[in-house]
Write a protein that binds this ligand. Structure first.
Ligand code: C5P
Length: 226
């Protein structure tokens, strides 16, 4: 069997990573959450006071990239977690503070080149499911399967809100929805590799689909190609 490259792009909080993870597990492929890498880069910039809600020090962020070492390591349960300079930052990168700053860092061309290079290496041998915003367009334009995920914004906000509340965050549904809308706007209108639905992507609207139903759909798409 040929090892495929599978690209999953789409709007924020659409369940891209959930599907990518399930698909990778089923196919015994590597799963890469590219958004986590941007979140790691944003966290590093935040810790050095180079980005906040209304300020981004582009030049110093670029200069500090040589100090940013991003990697993934599986935890005891086999779940991939993000490491920044050798420290597990999986929890920290999911906070609303990082969510509110990440798009300002992700729009910087040099940040993207820095991370895209690493992402391409992770997928160099195929057998990878990567989710993000520019995977089918920029990172793996030759991916055999490209999925574009979308869902109703209210449903997305509610899902993300439930997730954050479950992990103990103090946050309102309105804050979560505002963040999704703002990120979608920034990610789809930026100059450098904006979020777009490429022509050869297959759309999955999962507003009314369970994770299991999405996996079934995705596996059917894989079967067609293999
Ligand atoms: O996927 P996730 O929502 O965690 O991504 C966080 C942010 O990282 C996105 O809102 C976007 O700004 C950026 N991102 C990106 N390109 C990717 C993945 C994520 O610009 N491939």
């Amino acid at each position: 069997d040929k090892e495929l490259t599978i690209a999953i792009d789409g709007w924020s909080s659409c369940g891209k990573s959930t599907l990518a993870k399930a698909l990778a597990k089923e196919l015994n492929y590597v799963f890469v959450d590219s958004g986590a890498m941007y979140r790691g880069a944003a966290l590093h910039a935040m810790r050095n006071n180079l980005v906040s809600r209304n300020h981004v020090d582009i030049n110093r962020i670029i200069a500090s990239l040589s100090d940013v070492k991003i990697s993934f390591k599986n935890n005891a349960k086999g779940k991939a977690e993000l490491y920044l300079n050798g420290k597990n930052v999986e929890k920290e990168i999911r906070t609303i503070e990082v969510s509110n700053s990440v798009s300002s860092v992700a729009k910087i061309k040099e940040v993207r080149l820095f991370l895209v290079k690493q992402q391409r290496i992770m997928g160099i041998n195929g057998g990878v499911v990567m989710d993000g915003r520019d995977i089918g367009s920029i990172v793996f334009p030759l991916a055999e399967l490209k999925i574009f995920m979308t869902a109703d914004p209210d449903i997305r906000a509610q899902r993300r809100y439930d997730e954050l509340i479950a992990q103990g965050d103090k946050i309102t549904l309105e804050e979560v929805k505002a963040n999704l809308i703002e990120r979608d706007e920034m990610d789809s209108t930026r100059e450098e590799s904006p979020l777009t639905q490429v022509d050869d992507a297959i759309v999955i609207d999962n507003s009314n689909l369970t994770p299991e139903q999405q996996l079934v759909k995705a596996l059917a798409l894989v079967k067609k190609i293999k």
